[in-house]
Every structure is written in C-alpha cells, then in structure tokens.
Design a protein around this ligand. Structure first.
Ligand code: ATP
Ligand code: MG
Length: 271
C-alpha cells in the first residue's frame, strides 16, 4: 500500500472510481517517467491528449475507423514501412506496438525529441521486455534529417531514412512537416484534429493510441487477405481533409447535443 499522501500505484486505483480506466492509463505515463521512458514534456502531451479524448467521448469514432482502414492499407502497400516510437508510446502500449510491428512487418524505430543515452536504453529495454526482436534508432549508426533542429532529426539509415511510409503516433508538427518534405507518406495518431501533425499527415487517425493500436493490429490481419488493388482502392477513397473535418464536426455536434440533452460523460452523473 502507498502511504497517505503518496500517489497510489496503478493497481491501487479503485475499480469503482468513475475514471478508473483513465487513471490507470495516466499511471502508465507517470511510471514511464520514473523509468526514464517518458520525458517531462510527455506528461503535458498526455494531458492534452486526455482533454481531446474527453471531447470525442473516449471512443473510437466512425471517421477514426475509416482512417485506421486507410492507414493499415498504406502500411501493407508500403515497401519499407516504419513505426516511430517515442516515450509515451513505449510507456502506454509497449506490447501492442510490438504486436502491430510483427503483423504489419513495419520495423520499430526509437525516435526521441529529448534524446539521451539513458532514455534510449530505457525505451529499448521496455520494447525488448514487450517482445521486440529488432529495434532501430539505437546505437551509433544514425543520420539526420537536415532541416530539423530538435534531436528528432536523428534517424536510422536502415529505418526512417529509407522508409516510404512512417507511422508516427504522437508526433510533433515540425517533424511531421520535415518527414513530408523528405518525401515520406506520414500516418499520424493524434487526438487533436487541429494540431499541425494532424493537419499535415497524409492519414490522421484521431483516436487514443491505447484504443487504436490494438484495432490496427486486427485491421492488418483482416486486410492481409485483400488484393493489392483492393488496398489501393481503399487508399484512393480516403480523404484526410474530409476525415478531419468530420472529426471536428463530430465534436461540435456532440457538444451541442450535450448542451441540449444534458451531460452523459463517463464519471459525471446526470445533473
Ligand atoms: P503539433 O506540434 O502537432 O502542432 P502540439 O504541439 O499541440 O501538436 P505536441 O505536444 O507536439 O502537441 O504533441 C502531443 C500531441 O499528442 C497532442 O496533439 C495530443 O493531443 C496528442 N496525444 C497525447 N496523448 C495521446 C494519446 N494517448 N493518443 C493519441 N494522441 C495523443
Ligand atoms: Mg508540437
């Protein structure tokens, strides 16, 4: 048991707490901070994500499901797909991201805004414990995307440098733009449909990565039986700008409904 006044460990979040699920996920982030996986700024990024998740109702919406289908088609069609992993991803969904990498044959590359050897090692360990065999973006052989000032410019010559499609869960807008300029197709997972990442990616999945990564794994398995032509058709039909507009509209409509009909948000009793 934790002492009075100390933060409870995840297993101590009472099951009947109305926000138990969200609190447990939050604890994965704070535990990740203790293990040096998550950077301090990652806590703030998570908070922004939580706020947007509230706005969309903490569910995977229909537009998000369409974006997942398009994203998985793009990963399957890619010659050299890469999944970029940062601290929050490694803390929130280590097993799920390794499983997604295995089924999609997209390699994992550690890419950090605040890169230190300590964090690089901590992420590598977390992914290895989760079952990862091959991890790019660690060790010495790294090259740089020149037009980016943060440490995220450091990329693996066998990974993002070569990639045609890059999945970037929780990305920073600057790097998304730099990846685009470098000719990559960018798939983003970002709960904020207004962020620069969401707006600049080729395919944006507006969903919590905790829900979305397992759904992507299932979708990849489902789509594997489709022909190349079918996958290309799915991609052709998908319109990211339209999808993002649908998400923004969905938030607006939901709020108007809540204002008219009363609040029905998890953890908030009807007024
Ligand atoms: P940008 O740089 O793209 O304009 P930003 O500066 O507003 O975005 P960052 O701090 O760079 O935000 O990135 C964090 C982003 O990750 C936020 O948009 C936030 O909504 C999103 N995010 C945080 N946690 C999650 C999560 N669990 N699932 C999906 N998205 C998340
Ligand atoms: Mg940013």
């Amino acid at each position: 048991m934790s002492k009075l006044g100390e933060e409870p460990i995840p297993s101590e979040v009472p099951e009947d707490h109305p926000r138990a699920h969200s609190l447990k996920i939050r604890h994965r982030i704070t535990d990740g901070l203790d293990k040096k996986i998550v950077a301090k700024a990652g806590l703030i990024a998570h908070g922004r994500g939580e706020a947007f998740d509230y706005l969309i109702g903490e569910i995977t919406t229909e537009p998000a499901k369409e974006a997942i289908e398009a994203a998985c088609s793009a990963l399957l069609l890619a010659k050299h797909p890469i999944i970029s992993v940062n601290g929050n991803v490694a803390a929130l969904t280590p097993h799920e991201i390794v499983e997604l990498s295995n089924v999609s044959e997209a390699k994992l590359e550690i890419n950090l805004f605040y890169r230190t050897k300590e964090r690089e090692d901590a992420l590598e360990k977390a992914l290895r414990v989760a079952g990862a065999k091959e991890i790019l973006g660690v060790g010495l052989k790294k090259i740089e995307i020149h037009d980016l000032s943060s440490k995220r410019r450091i990329i693996d010559p066998e990974g993002i440098a070569k990639a045609d499609v890059v999945l970037v869960p929780l990305e920073d807008g600057d790097r998304t733009e730099a990846l685009k300029r470098a000719g990559k197709k960018v798939i983003a997972i970002d709960l904020n449909p207004l962020s620069r990442t969401a707006q600049h990616a080729d395919i944006t999945i507006v969903d919590n990565l905790v829900r979305c990564i397992p759904l992507m794994k299932d979708e990849i398995i489902k789509l594997k039986s489709k022909s190349k032509k079918d996958l290309e058709l799915i991609l052709k039909k998908f319109d990211n700008k339209h999808n993002l507009s649908s998400m923004i509209e969905l938030i607006g409509t939901r709020f108007l409904d809540l204002a008219k009909k009363g609040i029905n948000i998890p953890g908030i009793k009807e007024l």
